[in-house]
Design a protein around this ligand. Structure first.
Ligand code: GLC
Ligand code: GLC
Length: 812
């Protein structure tokens, strides 16, 4: 397959520059940092929402459409008989020049046609509930240009799920108001909603449309809306059907002249008793105020500069200089950026997650936190409390919760037995970063029920206990509905295609289904828990849990070792999964990752053998597959995992999320060459260089899955952006490869590098301190020989924390 290039990195501006609009798949970016969010593709497709992609959707989107990625914020420019869009779509009029720059929470799309340049800067200003679209039109020709400009947004009737199905109601509810250059969307505001949206432009308009059918025409498409093609807005007022917002502006440009238009897509909430300014008329006070804050180029430029400064500050917390651009750009820019995005969205809204299906995952969000906690610790703190609040008194927990209500999701329920352990993982990371032990004393409810509060520490304790109280016949953890691998459904037994593998648990009575993945996770997080208990003076609790951890280690050594690698699980009947004795799927990655991270049986050579087996059986050109060989048939006792065709998803796909587990295992074992070669295989910048066409999805971020060696098309990526891979790649490279590890009392320095690594420097802000750490590897893969802090030798490998600026030299 010929590998075409569609773009390139621009590290100086921290942008990915797309130079061909016909990317192999929509290459998207995210706007917004806290409450108001947008997804935007390289042709300006996508949608916006407030906090929750399901319950508070502002603009409409159709998924998996024909053509793909139709609908978005579109500007139509009619120049004589030519109609075109700066982002090429939807008209697809060939452009003289096209460029899309995806940056840190902003996207700039530029097109040129017949001497006119149109450039649109899209971003959500900090702390504002609005998306700015600053359109600059420039006449680069020698003639006067008379342009007709049409904007376009399509409203979603708020609940993105019912918006796509309940048409008997929806087609009668749509309501708008028009005032000057602002179009207001107020569907359902008359009754229970206290929010509306608006679309404004900071210029007088010569017309508008708010009814989709009138604007587009029932037999036309986004590519040729009737009003645009005829150059005549209809001034339509939507009643029901599908309300939209389109401004019409006549623009005259002298040769060389350029004009800015600031379009603003905003969201407003009003108090119950301030909803209306007159019967049926919405109270627009807050909208006017928001508009006034962003109605000139100067104000918008200032807001944009503030956003850029915000990202400067975030990305200044951890900065590496290795001299390897491919590594530096991922560590300093894109990996950290993706971590912020996954922290914000969990697995809810991407071009692979519709935003209507899933809320925030318990395990997912705890992992995401680890990629994000150094950036904005207070938000991580709040997240931990929110997550823990969805726990049950027995330590089990809701698998997901909705960000808007923060309540557990009853459709999915609980019963995923790895979930509780992740709370330890997230909390420990938070305390190590911040030194804020006070979080352990926060009072946190169960299932969000007021009056049930106990300390967060108590939540951690019952999390550990949940594992101990749910052990199977080999004294290994019972798996429940599934562990990290949502598709290993050992208590499900389903022949009914209408049943969900995740929520069906037909046969848990008397189950012997145990998980080695949870066993390893329990040992890793158990050791962390023990250390934490010691640190806060709970010696008895530390001793109690140490015993449980030791017992688990023994159980794994005794019942979890297959000779060359760790088993994956025992099934309902107590039969081995992931064993040489099995017909298919003899080895799985998850237990190799967790048990090597836990160093179980290292003294007996188990760790080294397991890591070697990963190389031998799981590794391929594009990364390590999840299991090998792939399942070729559906196995009733195993569930969804065997439902996927060979090489995809959880059936022997390269599930990027779990590659870092093995890489960390390699790092702990001190095998720097192997760690690096696994890492580079799934590092986007290396893939970008080689495989843009094959890889298909965005080359600047990790995707959840790359098709594995047994697949029809090995190396093809899917499910980009929202994946635990982001946090795990970050955790791996920042703490284990480059070796800068936050700890309770300071920063632990313990790199694990390929022999070829040269000297490098990490600038790390940590609490009130700033460290400039230079590492001299001297060809070593692992092992710190000496450290100096501001010229003074340090004992051991932890640089003791003290505020202020410090210089650290490390010799390996
Ligand atoms: C998805 C889920 C995650 C799960 C993984 C493996 O990424 O978000 O929770 O662990 O799949 O099944
Ligand atoms: C499917 C996917 C898995 C995901 C799960 C979430 O099982 O294969 O990756 O975690 O759905 O519900």
């Amino acid at each position: 397959m010929e590998q075409k290039r569609y773009g390139h990195f621009d590290d100086q501006h921290r942008e990915y520059v797309i130079t061909d609009p016909q990317t192999p798949w929509p290459w998207i970016n995210y706007l917004g940092n806290e409450d108001f969010f947008s997804l935007i593709s390289n042709t300006a497709g996508g949608y916006s929402f407030y906090k929750d992609a399901k319950f508070r959707r502002i603009t409409r989107y159709r998924y998996n459409n024909v053509p793909m990625d139709n609908g978005g914020r579109y500007f139509y420019i009619k120049d004589g008989d030519t109609v075109w869009n700066p982002g090429w779509k939807p008209c697809k009029t060939p452009l003289d020049f096209y460029e899309c720059r995806h940056g840190m929470s902003y996207t700039r799309i530029m097109g040129r046609k017949n001497g006119v340049e149109a450039s649109v800067l899209f971003f959500v200003p900090l702390k504002k509930w609005a998306e700015v679209q600053k359109l600059t039109l420039k006449n680069e020709s020698k003639e006067v240009k008379q342009l007709k400009l049409f904007s376009f947004e399509e409203w979603c009737l708020w609940n993105a799920a019912t918006d796509m199905e309940n048409f008997q109601r929806n087609f009668s509810t749509g309501e708008v108001e028009i005032e000057g250059s602002t179009i207001y969307h107020k569907t359902e505001y008359r009754e229970r909603r206290n929010h509306y949206a608006f679309y404004h432009v900071n210029a007088p308009i010569q017309g508008f449309d708010t009814d989709r059918e009138t604007f587009v025409g029932l037999y036309n498409e986004f590519a040729d809306p009737q009003a645009v093609m005829e150059g005549k807005p209809r001034n339509s007022h939507a009643h029901g059907w599908s309300p939209i917002a389109s401004h019409y502006i006549e623009v005259t440009l002298q040769p060389g002249e350029s004009k800015d238009f600031v379009f603003l897509l905003g969201y407003i909430e009003n108090e119950q008793d301030e909803k209306f300014e007159a019967p049926q008329v919405i109270n627009k006070k807050k909208a006017h105020a928001l508009i006034a804050e962003l109605d000139t180029t100067e104000k918008v430029d200032k807001a944009f500069a503030a956003l850029c400064e915000y990202w400067d500050a975030l990305l200044n917390i951890y900065k590496v200089k290795t001299g390897n651009d491919k590594l530096d750009r991922m560590v300093n820019i894109w990996n950290q950026y993706q971590c912020m995005v996954t922290f914000n969205f969990s697995r809810s809204a991407s071009f692979f997650e519709s935003g209507v299906g899933r809320g925030m995952g318990f395990r997912d969000s705890n992992q995401d936190l680890v990629g994000f906690v150094h950036q904005i610790p207070p938000r991580a703190r709040q997240r931990i409390i929110d997550i823990a609040s969805t726990q049950f008194p027995d330590g089990g927990c809701y698998h997901q919760y909705q960000p808007l209500t923060k309540r557990g999701n009853n459709d999915i329920g609980g019963g995923f037995n790895d979930d509780p352990c992740w709370l330890i993982f997230g909390t420990v990371a938070y305390i190590k970063e911040t030194g804020d032990f006070s979080i352990l004393d926060e009072m946190v409810p169960f299932d969000n029920q007021p009056g049930t509060e106990v300390t967060l520490f108590e939540h951690l304790k019952i999390s550990m206990d949940h594992v101990i109280k749910n052990l199977g016949p080999h004294m290994l953890p019972l798996i429940g509905r599934a562990d990290w691998n949502d598709c290993l459904n050992l208590n499900c037994f389903s022949w009914d295609p209408n049943e969900s593998f995740q929520t069906t648990e037909n046969v848990s009575e008397g189950t012997k289904a145990e998980s080695l993945m949870i066993a390893g996770l329990f040992v890793v997080t158990g050791k962390d828990y023990v250390a934490l208990c010691k640190k806060i003076g709970k010696a008895d609790e530390a001793a109690r849990m140490q015993q449980a951890v030791d017992a688990m280690i023994e159980a794994v050594k005794k019942h979890g070792w297959d000779g060359e690698w760790y088993l994956r699980a025992y099934d309902f009947y107590g039969r081995k999964i992931g064993s040489n004795e099995c017909e298919e799927a003899k080895i799985f990655i998850e237990s190799q990752g967790w048990c090597t991270m836990a160093e179980i049986g290292a003294e007996d050579g188990m760790v080294a053998k397991s890591l070697d087996s990963c190389k031998k059986y799981l590794e391929c050109e594009h990364g390590m597959v999840l299991n090998n060989p792939a399942f070729t048939k559906y196995i009733y006792e195993y569930g969804e995992i065997s439902s996927y065709p060979e090489g995809y998803k959880e059936n022997a796909g390269i599930f990027c999320h779990n590659n870092p587990w093995v890489i960390i295992g390699e790092c702990i074992a001190g095998r720097g060459n192997d760690a690096w070669s696994h890492y580079a295989k799934i590092l986007p910048s290396y893939v970008e260089e080689k495989y843009q066409t094959l890889h298909k999805v965005e080359p600047y971020v990790n995707c959840q899955m790359v098709a594995g060696k047994d697949a029809f098309k090995p190396g093809e990526g899917k499910n980009s952006w929202l994946t635990g891979t982001a946090a795990w790649m970050w955790y791996t490279v920042s703490e284990f490869i480059l070796g800068i590890k936050p700890d309770y009392d300071g920063i632990r320095i313990d790199p694990c590098l390929p022999e070829t690594a040269s000297d490098y420097t990490v600038c790390r802000k940590f609490r009130e301190a700033e460290y400039e750490i230079t590492i001299h590897p001297n060809g070593a893969q692992k092992g710190v020989r000496s450290i100096t802090l501001d010229g003074q030798p340090v004992n051991g490998t932890v640089i003791p924390y003290s505020a202020g600026k410090h210089v650290v030299e490390v010799t390996m």
